[in-house]
Design a protein around this ligand. Sequence first.
Ligand code: AMP
Ligand code: ZN
Length: 487
Amino acid sequence: MQRLYITNTLTRKKEEFKPLHAPLVGLYVCGPTVYSDVHLGNCRTFMSFDMIYRYLLHLGYKVRYVRNITDAGHLEGDRDEGDDKFAKKAKLEQVEPMEIVQKYTVGFHEVMQAFNNLPPSIEPTATGHICEQIEMVKEIMANGYAYESNGTVYFDVEKYSKAFNYGQLTNRKLEELLEGTRELSGQDEKRGRLDFALWIKAKPETLMKWPSPWGWGFPGWHIECSAMSSKYLGDVFDIHGGGMDLQATHHTNEIAQSQACKHKAPVNYWMHTNMLTVNGVRMSKSAGNGFLPQELFSGDHPLLEKGYAPMAVRFFMLQTHYSSTLDFSNEALQASEKGYERLMDAYTTLQQLKASDKSTEDIAALQQKCYEAMNDDFNTPVLIAHLFDAVRIVNSVNDGKLQLTEKDIALLKKMYQDFVFDVLGLKQHAESSKHTQALEKVMEMVIEIRAKAKQEKNFPLSDAIRDKLTAAGIQIKDGKEGSSWKL
Ligand code: AMP
Ligand code: ZN
């Protein structure tokens, strides 16, 4: 097994990845809140974790990848205030909240498929795990870290902080965190400014509510991830991920809940992906710069000069390390589009490379470099740089400037399969790969006819074929081992 290093947000160090029960790996990623369409920023996070999942699979791990669907309990403010996002949208669209959930869950899946993200092993929903969440709240209360106040249950952050380090994930002390919150008024139900709701009392007009020991209500946002991750991955598991924006509140509270419940740190490696920005501003619905994947594919948005194919967008995303910010621009996307096409064109060329009896290039060393890049905290930009080395080699061999043996050509094909298709999750456009395959067959036939014409000394025909192909942008090259072609 390769030695893989991961930047652990919890320790702020790059650490060797040692799964608890190798070859099994437990991976949990916070999924979407399905009250509206996912924007491209959300997609970046899910694509990053898809690449991470794919590489772990490629290394031979048996990964249980759990990515939840938040379909209840997410209030507008991250700190328990405002309306329920689903109920608000349902009122606006005059439908049932579960119609909202269904519509946007289906939309989310379509987008994930368009970007060639693999489905997770389990995709649990918050509404499907109300009992588990209630049980967990009861346990936290029994351990003395939560209290009920008028039908709502709050997590007692100050009490928890006496036993555990609440600000550990963002490396902040309790006093610093307190500075960032508002004073409590006499009206507040919670005791401490940092306390957050585990269970929220339903108002008469609340649409999505369930019975509980504290009356009718619904779960707080953070408890669902603690309950579902421990249900499917155990009280302590390997990797937990999400976007960086979740680190300070959602993930900090997840750790607190699980620890207050089981007295164990729930996660060994925390991974956070960085944000997609537009002109330096984080992409989000509220900033009005959150265009949708469909708009990106069609080009139908004021910020877009044209439409971009999903695979070119995926390539654009993976050209930047997951932990760096990535700024969207038409120029950057158009450059990625060209890069992606070059990578795919070289794959077509690779299929018909002619082998020599010696290699001028060290393909095994190049393959090793690809592994080194990925083992260094999933460094996809460096991996892609090595893949472009492979592209250069393929094109030079095709031009007769470099040579490769049969074995090395086979190794290059394997590298493409492993890194380009399996790990980066790129694929040839369905249309273009269909056309490419058909073109390959047709060219095989044309080359055969031309070889036959030459054999029969019908040179006017063989020359005419060559000239007509040249006029169509296809170059024929005659060599010792027969003819080859390139666009
Ligand atoms: P949400 O549906 O808002 O809960 O977000 C789903 C996921 O997308 C979370 O992991 C967020 O951290 C992530 N996310 C939200 N905005 C962005 C962005 N601009 N760039 C990258 N990831 C984002
Ligand atoms: Zn979560």
